[in-house]
Design a binder for this molecule. Structure first.
Ligand code: MLT
Length: 394
């Protein structure tokens, strides 16, 4: 038996696991701690009433043989895909049901999509960005090149005609920086992809945090994108499904490589390796798209937005450079001079018992930065900002 040697090229531990281990060690050494967790972007507000009601109803259905459900259809139940289709239609994007794949979250689909692409593709990944894109390509031994995102370009890397990439990852609103591509910028990426016969893997997990009406929520709002993009979306951040698990991936029929529809390969991959999302969860996800559900999830997003505002105000008061917090649930700020991101992580944990995510965990350009999430409770967010002010105010 031989192991996949590519794993030796990964960081020893997945970013959020490293943080969890450090926090566990701290709590063991300080049992009376008052830690506030602003590291992993995990939600704290309960599922909304419309979702809970749908889950109860679906659970009752599962208790009777007349209404019991076994395996889900491969790509998800029509009722959920129709609801997703309706959501896109409101943005002027027409999708066929067969172009929508229900899955157990954006992380799984973003990670698994690499199965359908040849190993000798060149992959372009923004730096800094969600670490799953890099790790999954390192696992399969692909050549990864990086797209520098930094303060100078507003953390929004743009295409370079001299760089040849086959697979391009874009995350907008960006995790971790909160930067959002506008229509013209996304159009430039679509044009590049069409010209270079490349595919854009577009992670829209944070689209519901966009506040500015003119910013695109979906890459399919851009002309030509159906021919060159795959979109991943999730109910985790939109509707608090981090522990429930449900998301969707959209691959349009127009996306074709060497005469083969990419949609067909993903359908084949999913049918072989994935057995669908359970009925109760799909009914819960469907409820997110009802008028009532939409209003309720908006209220929760506004709650997190209010947390982000508390953070924005605190960072302004501290005079610390930051971005994000506007179209995103993350604040991305500079660490004090002379410290690395991980040193600041330890400093914050030890001196203020606040946990965040070191920017360098998202790539080399993240060094010197730090990410804090707005997914906590208002009380804890306020308390954390008071502690930070004591520590950092100039
Ligand atoms: C994050 O903190 O970046 C996210 O919660 C991770 C994820 O969505 O998997």
């Amino acid at each position: 038996m031989k192991l996949n040697q590519n794993y030796a090229n990964l960081q020893e531990s997945y970013l959020f696991l490293t943080i969890a281990k450090k926090v566990a060690a701290y709590t063991e050494a300080h049992p009376d701690n008052h830690i506030i967790r602003m590291g992993i972007g995990d939600v704290t507000q309960p599922l909304v009433p419309a979702v809970i009601e749908a889950m109860h109803k679906a659970t009752d259905e599962m208790a009777h043989k007349e209404t019991f459900h076994g395996y889900s259809p491969d790509q998800g139940y029509d009722f959920l895909r129709e609801a997703i289709q309706g959501y896109y239609a409101k943005r002027g994007v027409a999708l066929k049901l067969s172009e929508i794949f229900v899955g157990d979250g954006a992380k799984s689909d973003v990670g698994n999509i690499v199965d359908i692409f040849a190993d000798d593709n060149t992959v372009l990944i923004p730096d800094p960005v969600y670490p799953v894109y890099v790790d999954t390509n390192v696992m399969s031994g692909r050549k990864v090149i990086y797209l520098d995102a930094n303060e100078q370009n507003g953390f929004l890397g743009m295409p370079d005609e001299n760089v040849k990439a086959d697979i391009i990852y874009l995350c907008s609103p960006n995790n971790p920086t909160g930067a959002v591509y506008n229509r013209a910028q996304l159009k430039a990426w679509v044009d590049y992809a069409l010209k270079n016969n490349a595919v854009i893997l577009f992670d829209a997990a944070y689209e519901s945090f966009i506040t500015h009406d003119d910013l695109p929520h979906s890459i399919f709002e851009i002309e030509g994108a159906k021919k060159c993009a795959i979109e991943f979306c999730s109910f985790s951040k939109t509707a608090g499904f981090t522990g429930v698990r449900c998301g969707y991936t959209v691959i349009c029929d127009e996306l074709v490589s060497d005469g083969t529809k990419v949609n067909t390969l993903w359908a084949r991959r999913q049918a072989t390796k994935f057995n669908g999302v359970n009925y109760i969860t799909q009914r819960a996800a469907e409820a997110v798209f009802t008028d009532e559900g939409q209003q309720q999830v908006k209220d929760v997003i506004n709650y997190y937005r209010a947390n982000a505002k508390v953070m924005v105000d605190a960072f302004k008061e501290m005079g610390v450079w930051f971005t994000g917090g506007e179209n995103s649930p993350y604040i991305w700020h500079k660490v004090p001079d002379g410290m690395t991101s991980w040193e600041f992580f330890d400093y914050l944990l030890n001196e203020a018992e606040v946990v965040g995510t070191p920017g360098s965990g998202f790539g080399k350009n993240g060094e010197g930065f730090f990410r804090l999430t707005a997914f906590g409770t208002l009380e804890k967010t306020q308390e954390a900002m008071e502690r930070l002010k004591k520590l950092l105010k100039k």
